[in-house]
Design a protein around this ligand. Structure first.
Ligand code: 5AD
Ligand code: SF4
Length: 446
């Protein structure tokens, strides 16, 4: 019996798909080979932007044909998309062949629900079993800790440290679909890091919608900086990265913990979203440009080689031409090592969705200008690496080249160099010989 888990969205979803796969393998399902029809398909969905939703719905639609040919196929739609108010009902009506719908904190029910679908089918004349559960259980931490995980991103291990978000940025659907913040117990996080290091993982990526508020809901001596310092004490050669950091919550203690640690990479993803104080206020981001600049200065003073990436959104409802110019100005001044750029997409139920919207053509023109500006900076910063020698963790075989592998510098730049599958998971000193926009090419020096 074969399964397929199709994942949309962020690293949190990628990691949660490892849990979905863990449960399916526990039940005896194996990954579906190419060219064979699966027995179970799970769509782990995203709803952060309209495009993410449309892509998932399109692919769920495509399965209608397969379900006709193979009525035994089990289809589950889980995660953020059905967690939105009313969406589970819509999916039930528009895609009647979907068997199981589960919200963000109900994915652990997958096993039981599949068993129920199967047992209903065995009973003659039984009505077809269809289910949907999008409640947000309060004892989620215990449930999640006991869900098996099939890690599939060696040498990196994703580790969730905090679930949910309390920030309610006015454009964002996440707080509605992932509930309020719940931090995991620090001991349980440290145990998981140790277990992953013992198993041979060489990079730990701590995950949370806002890792910097880790511990706010725990006792007063637990904080994200404390967690970083404790992880740094764990024996072994491994790297630590984390995402995402909210600028309003990035403390001096976290910056210091990063700077003094040899394990925590000098790499930070710090979404700015906009460079205009007015837009930042309307977005409910609770920092201004000056605050953001001062964080950048502190980070550079503590770690001159740090790689800082960001998320930038254009076309927020109240963004004027001048506000957009302010964003370009920040991009030129900060010089991010890379930026993820997005066109604002109205999300039903969020405050910004009910404001007067900007025409799509204006948003498109702005993002084009932004990308052009950032690409030039990314390339200039890449060029600075050429000639230098950097320690690279080989993370994967290079997708586009034969007999090459790729990995990142401590600061997060992707480097491609000679090697094969057996080198993945090892550290190499690599001399950078060429740069091409965001990626570098190099040669091993030992
Ligand atoms: N439209 C466009 N981009 C969005 N993001 C969050 N919500 C929206 C939205 N409604 C972006 C933000 C965030 C990243 C993960 O996605 O930039 O940092
Ligand atoms: Fe969304 Fe803001 Fe929470 Fe990030 S911090 S998940 S952008 S509400």
């Amino acid at each position: 019996m074969y399964y397929k888990v199709i994942t949309y969205g962020c690293q949190m979803n990628v990691h949660e798909s490892e849990k979905l796969a863990g449960m399916l393998e526990d039940m005896g399902y194996t990954p579906c080979p190419e060219g064979v029809d699966p027995d179970v398909v799970v769509f782990n969905t995203c709803c952060i932007r309209d495009t993410a939703e449309r892509r998932a719905l399109g692919n769920i639609g495509v399965l209608k044909g397969l379900k006709k040919q193979k009525p035994d196929l089990i289809i589950a739609v889980v995660g953020c998309m059905p967690q939105q108010a009313g969406t589970a009902e819509t999916i039930k009506q528009k895609y009647p062949y979907v068997d199981i719908i589960l919200g963000t904190r109900n994915i652990y029910l997958l096993k039981g629900e599949i068993e129920r679908v199967l047992s209903a089918r065995e009973r003659a004349n039984a009505k077809r079993y269809r289910s949907s559960d999008v409640t947000l259980p309060e004892n989620y931490l215990d449930i999640d800790a006991s869900t098996p995980t099939l890690r599939s991103s060696y040498p990196n291990a994703w580790i969730n440290i905090i679930y949910g978000c309390n920030n309610f940025c006015t454009y964002c659907i996440v707080p509605y679909v992932r509930g309020r913040e719940i931090s995991r117990d620090m001991k349980s996080v440290l145990d998981e890091v140790r277990a992953c290091v013992d198993m041979g993982y060489k990079e730990i990526t701590l995950l949370g919608q806002n890792v910097n508020s880790y511990g706010n809901d725990l006792s007063s001596d637990v904080s994200f900086s404390k967690l970083l310092r404790e992880i740094d004490k764990i024996e072994g050669k491994f790297r630590v990265r984390f995402m995402t950091s909210h600028p309003k919550d990035l403390t001096d203690e976290v910056i210091e913990a990063m700077a003094i640690s040899s394990k925590i990479c000098n790499n930070l993803h710090l979404p700015i979203q906009s460079g205009s104080d007015k837009v930042l206020k309307d977005m409910n981001r609770r920092y201004d440009r000056e605050k953001y600049f001062s964080l950048i200065q502190k980070l550079l003073a503590a770690m001159p080689d740090i790689g800082i990436t960001t998320d930038i959104m254009v076309g927020f409802p109240t963004e004027s031409e001048q506000d957009f110019e302010d964003t370009l100005d920040v991009v030129r001044r900060v010089r991010f090592s890379n930026a993820f750029t997005f066109i604002y997409s109205p999300r039903r139920g969020t405050p910004a969705a009910s404001m007067p919207q900007i025409p799509y053509a204006v948003k498109q023109a702005r993002i084009d200008r932004l990308i052009k500006e950032q690409n030039a900076i990314t390339k200039q910063l890449s060029d600075l690496y050429t000639g230098g020698v950097y320690e690279i963790l080989a993370e994967d075989v290079a997708p586009k080249y034969q007999n090459k592998i790729c990995g990142r510098t401590d600061s997060g730049r992707l480097v491609t160099f000679d090697g094969d599958e057996k080198d993945v998971g090892k550290f190499f000193d690599v001399k950078i010989t060429a740069s091409r926009s965001a990626s570098l090419f190099g040669e091993r020096v030992n």
